[in-house]
Design a protein around this ligand. Structure first.
Ligand code: UN1
Length: 507
């Protein structure tokens, strides 16, 4: 397989950026962008510093009252137009995602589709910011709640979903009446500029306040400003547990709201009655797809002792057929790791797994090093482990799948839950009782729990997020919009009397 030249990637990215409407003035500067396809620098863009991030927050804060006072269904027209522009420029944005995050074309298009989907959801949501009305205990009184916008929402996002995760937050934050400042991963600044330019076009076309959305391009110092600034009412941060541990106490110290979407260490249980054809397909997509760089990627398979050998053989055979290489090539299923640090962590994890008694069944080796010396393509690995050792409990953001055996379902559920992370999980079974136990309160402890489907690739209609070290936040569908608003409880007295609650007597 051949890897395209960096010049070819630069050309296609420049074209796609222009098509999305990124102003030429942003495409020169000291902030370097890079592609994991060849590992080379693409070009510099204009970056932000702490002072410019602060000024940007100020502009977003100044735009808030106008947007807050715009009726929610009118705000919905903005995400409607944004969704149309995303549909029109789906291929352009996907090309930039492929170049910068290394995703294969199908997955990059899928990421943009997720953005279009959340715009649809947010448009409907703009007419459904429901508050409850409840019976008052007092005659002639009405008791109800209303939901209000928060102010400026700060978004910190990761390289692996460089646009979709931002759009989940932004589409909802905007229809809920907030303004937004976005600090994307420094590895995916171009995707962010393109995505922001499309939103900016929608803003202009519908006549919304120009300052209601901003992207800041910077290293972590830009994120630190968002974390510390009291004008940022809600900080929504996606990334590592380490990042979450740093950010959460700082936002809490200023009583800001926080929404965290941190690491995952997602498992599938494969029961004796599982349809193994389906299980293997589900496992291979979730574990090797996106080169194992989704927070929902499958990292553990907990297989019943009666099926583990056959399952292992079938997964290893399927891994042997996966085309690894440039994500721009049509046949490729596994693109590059994001960078060398990621490759080094994968190697260290494999060596630790071996030291803990594991056997590497396949993969783990670097490929295409001659064609692309600065890029890191790797064969996805399958490792049989004697038990759930320390390395299995850690999230390594790379395609390593650990295989562990079990005999009783309770033991399997125990293993599923015995890791610090709590994002996603799955069971493959044809036994309805087993499936229901897995989904019950006594079953999986993750925020997403599936039956006969892998751990990744969630639809936007459900709430997305997880428990424990994953951070507890919920984004995207269901009631996640409530995180972007503040509820107020209102008691209205139309009785002409003044009865006190709880029967209290006073004057
Ligand atoms: C992430 O990896 O941060 O469920 C998000 C999925 C995608 C989103 C992943 N819809 O795999």
């Amino acid at each position: 397989m051949t890897v395209p030249t960096t010049d070819a990637i630069v050309d296609s990215v420049r074209q796609a950026l222009a098509a999305c409407g990124v102003p030429q003035s942003r495409l020169q500067g000291d902030f370097e962008t890079r592609t994991p396809i060849t590992g080379a620098t693409l070009f510099g863009v204009a970056g932000d510093d702490a002072a410019s991030v602060e000024a940007t927050i100020g502009r977003a804060a100044a735009a808030f009252p106008t947007w807050r006072d715009t009726p929610a269904p009118v705000r919905g027209q903005l995400v409607k137009r944004w969704g149309e522009l995303l549909t029109e420029h789906k291929a352009d944005l996907a090309a930039i995602i492929t170049a910068e995050a290394g995703k294969i074309t199908s997955e990059a298009l899928g990421e943009v589709q997720e953005m279009i989907d959340i715009c649809d959801l947010a448009l409907g949501q703009s007419r459904q910011l429901f508050g409850k009305t409840m019976p008052s205990e007092r005659p002639g009184h009405r008791l109800m709640e209303t939901w209000h916008p928060l102010g400026v929402v700060g978004i910190i996002s990761a390289f692996n979903f460089p646009a979709a995760v931002w759009s989940w937050n932004t589409a909802l934050a905007l229809v809920c009446g907030n303004t937004v400042v976005w600090k994307p991963s420094e590895m995916t600044a171009l995707t962010a500029l393109a995505a922001d330019a499309l939103l900016a076009r929608a803003v202009t076309e519908v006549g919304a306040p120009a300052d209601l959305h901003h992207v800041v391009v910077s290293d972590r110092s830009g994120g630190e400003v968002l974390v510390e600034d009291p004008r940022v009412a809600l900080l929504s941060a996606t990334g590592s547990v380490r990042m979450g541990r740093e950010v959460a106490p700082k936002v809490a110290a200023r009583f800001g709201k926080i929404l965290l979407e941190l690491g995952g260490n997602n498992a599938a249980i494969v029961a004796p009655s599982a349809d193994l054809d389906l299980a293997v397909r589900g496992i291979v997509f979730a574990a090797a797809g996106t080169a194992g760089q989704r927070c929902t990627s499958m990292r553990r398979v907990i297989a019943h002792s009666s099926v583990i050998d056959e399952l292992r053989n079938r997964i290893v055979a399927a891994y042997g057929t996966l085309a690894i290489g440039s994500p721009t090539a049509e046949e490729t299923l596994v693109g590059p790791l994001i960078n060398k640090a990621s490759f080094d962590k994968m190697q260290a994890a494999l060596r630790q797994a071996e030291a803990e008694g594991g056997k590497v069944e396949c993969g783990g080796v670097r490929v295409l090093a001659d064609e692309a010396a600065d890029a890191y393509y790797v064969e996805p690995a399958v490792v049989t482990m004697p038990s759930q050792t320390e390395i299995v409990k850690a999230e390594t953001f790379a395609p390593i799948l650990y295989l562990i055996g079990y005999d009783e379902l309770d033991e399997a559920i125990g293993l599923n839950n015995a890791v610090p992370q709590g994002l996603s999980s799955a069971i493959f079974t044809s036994d309805q009782g087993e499936a229901e136990r897995f989904l019950s309160s006594a079953g999986s402890d993750t925020g997403i729990a599936n039956v006969n489907i892998g751990t990744s690739g969630a639809e936007i209609g459900g709430a997305f997020g997880g428990e424990k070290e994953t951070g507890g936040g919920r984004e995207s569908g269901s009631d996640a919009w409530q995180s972007y608003m503040r509820p107020a409880t209102n008691t209205v007295n139309y009785s002409g009397e003044l009865p006190l609650a709880q029967g209290v007597e006073f004057v």
